[in-house]
Write a new protein. Structure first.
Ligand SMILES: [Zn+2]
Length: 362
C-alpha cells in the first residue's frame, strides 16, 4: 500500500469535528486486515490493536486525528443565504470565493459558495482588507429560507471546504484536509508494516476525533488504551515557501519530522515537551531504516498530544509529522513520499521498544 492512494481517498471524505463517522468507518475497514482487534468508541475514536510478542513490554499508542476543521451554519437568511461561523482555526482571508459542502440534517451534502463582493463594486479601501467570517455569507442557490429548510439545512448544520485532491508536479499533492488525512494514511501503513513483522510491544493505531475542535478527543482513546508510549502523527509546518522561508527548518519532500517543541499561549497554555528517550529512539530508528529525520520547533502550534500527555501516569510522548504547506487552507500541499517514510520510521520505532525501554524521564 502507498500513502498517495490512501490520502486521495481520505481527502475526499468530509469529516468535520463531531461528524467523523464516514471517515472513521472507512479507516476502520482499512486497518481491520492488519489488526487483531478493532473497535470504535462512543465518540468515534477508532482503535486498532496489534498484539506484540512480549505482553510485559510497554504499550504504544500511535495516533492521528480523523477530523478536520470547517464551519457551522449560524443563521438562515429570509432570502436563502446562510451565515456561518468557524469550527476550528479557519483562516478568514482564504474564504471569499471558496466552495463549500453543507451537510443537511438528513445527512445529504449540498454545494455552496462563499460569495465575495462583486469586484467591480468593491471600493478601493475594501480591496485589501480581510472580512470576518461573520460578515460573509454562503450562497447555495436557494431563494428563500423555506427552500433552504426543505433541504434539511438549518442552524447548526456543519459545512466543509468542498473536498478536492489534485496532483502537482514533482510528486506533490494539493488537497483539502491533508491535515490530518496524511496522518490517518500513515496509520494504515504502520498497521500493515507491524502486522507483517510483529514488534515486542503491543501497538494501538488510533484515529482520533475532535482535534480541530478542542484537541481533547484523543484523551478518551488514551483512557481506553492506557499507553506507556504515545506517538502522534500530524502535519508540520515547512519553511520552504517564499512567505515562510527561513522561519522553520523543515522542507517538503525531505522526509518525516520530529516535533521538539510546540506551545500555544493564546488562552490555551499548553504544548508538548518531547520525551528525550523517545527522541533518541527516533534517531536510531531513522538511521536503521535509512529514513531522513527533520526537526521542528515552533510557537503557536498545538496538537492533541498536548492533552494526551496529561492522561494517566504520563505516557512518554513524541510528536511525529510530515511537512505540509498552506495549513488549514483548502489547498494544503504535501508530498506523499514523506508520509510513506514517516510510516517506516514509526514502525521501526515500535519494533525497537522492548521491556528495557526507559519510560521515566529522569
Ligand atoms: Zn492536525
Amino acid at each position: 500500500m502507498e500513502a498517495r492512494n490512501l490520502l486521495k481517498a481520505y481527502c475526499m471524505i468530509p469529516a468535520i469535528s463531531g461528524y467523523e463517522g464516514e471517515l472513521a468507518y472507512s479507516f476502520l475497514e482499512d486497518i481491520k486486515p492488519f489488526c487483531d482487534e478493532t473497535t470504535i468508541d462512543r465518540a468515534g475514536n477508532v482503535i486498532g490493536k496489534i498484539e506484540g510478542n512480549d505482553l510485559s513490554a510497554p504499550t504504544i499508542m500511535i495516533f492521528a486525528h480523523l477530523d478536520s476543521l470547517g464551519f457551522i451554519v449560524r443563521r438562515v437568511e429570509k432570502d436563502g443565504f446562510l451565515q456561518i461561523d468557524r469550527l476550528g482555526g479557519i483562516p478568514e482571508k482564504v474564504l471569499p470565493g471558496c466552495r463549500l459542502k453543507i451537510r443537511s440534517e438528513y445527512g445529504s451534502w449540498h454545494s455552496g459558495v462563499i460569495g465575495p463582493k462583486a469586484h467591480h463594486a468593491t471600493p478601493a479601501e475594501e480591496k485589501y482588507k480581510v472580512d470576518l467570517v461573520t460578515s460573509l455569507y454562503v450562497d447555495i442557490g436557494a431563494s428563500s429560507d423555506e427552500e433552504v429548510r426543505t433541504l434539511g439545512i438549518e442552524v447548526g448544520c456543519p459545512a466543509v471546504y468542498e473536498p478536492m485532491y489534485t496532483e502537482l508536479t514533482g510528486g506533490k499533492v494539493s488537497a483539502t484536509f491533508v491535515d490530518d488525512r496524511g496522518g490517518v494514511a500513515a496509520l494504515v501503513l504502520i498497521a500493515e508494516n507491524l502486522s507483517k513483522s510483529r514488534p515486542e510491544a503491543t501497538v494501538y493505531v488510533v484515529g482520533t476525533v475532535w482535534e480541530e475542535f478542542n484537541l481533547r478527543g484523543a484523551m478518551m482513546a488514551a483512557r481506553t488504551v492506557k499507553p506507556d508510549i504515545a506517538l502522534s502523527i500530524d502535519v508540520m509546518l515547512t519553511g520552504d515557501t517564499p512567505d515562510l522561508r527561513n522561519k522553520f527548518q523543515i522542507n517538503i519532500g525531505d522526509g518525516p519530522a520530529v516535533g521538539l517543541y510546540s506551545f500555544h499561549g493564546r488562552g490555551t497554555l499548553n504544548g508538548t515537551l518531547p520525551h528525550e528517550g523517545l527522541f533518541k529512539l527516533a534517531k536510531t530508528a531513522a538511521a536503521n531504516a535509512g529514513v531522513p529525520l527533520q526537526r521542528f520547533a515552533g510557537l503557536g502550534i498545538l496538537t492533541d498530544m498536548a492533552y494526551l500527555q496529561l492522561e494517566g501516569e504520563g505516557a512518554a510522548c513524541l510528536e511525529l509529522g510530515f511537512p505540509a504547506r498552506y495549513t488549514h487552507s483548502p489547498v494544503e500541499v504535501c508530498d506523499p513520499s514523506d508520509i510513506d517514510k514517516l510510516a517506516i520510521l514509526a514502525s521501526e520505532m515500535a519494533r525497537l521498544v522492548d521491556i528495557d525501554f526507559e519510560l521515566d524521564r529522569y
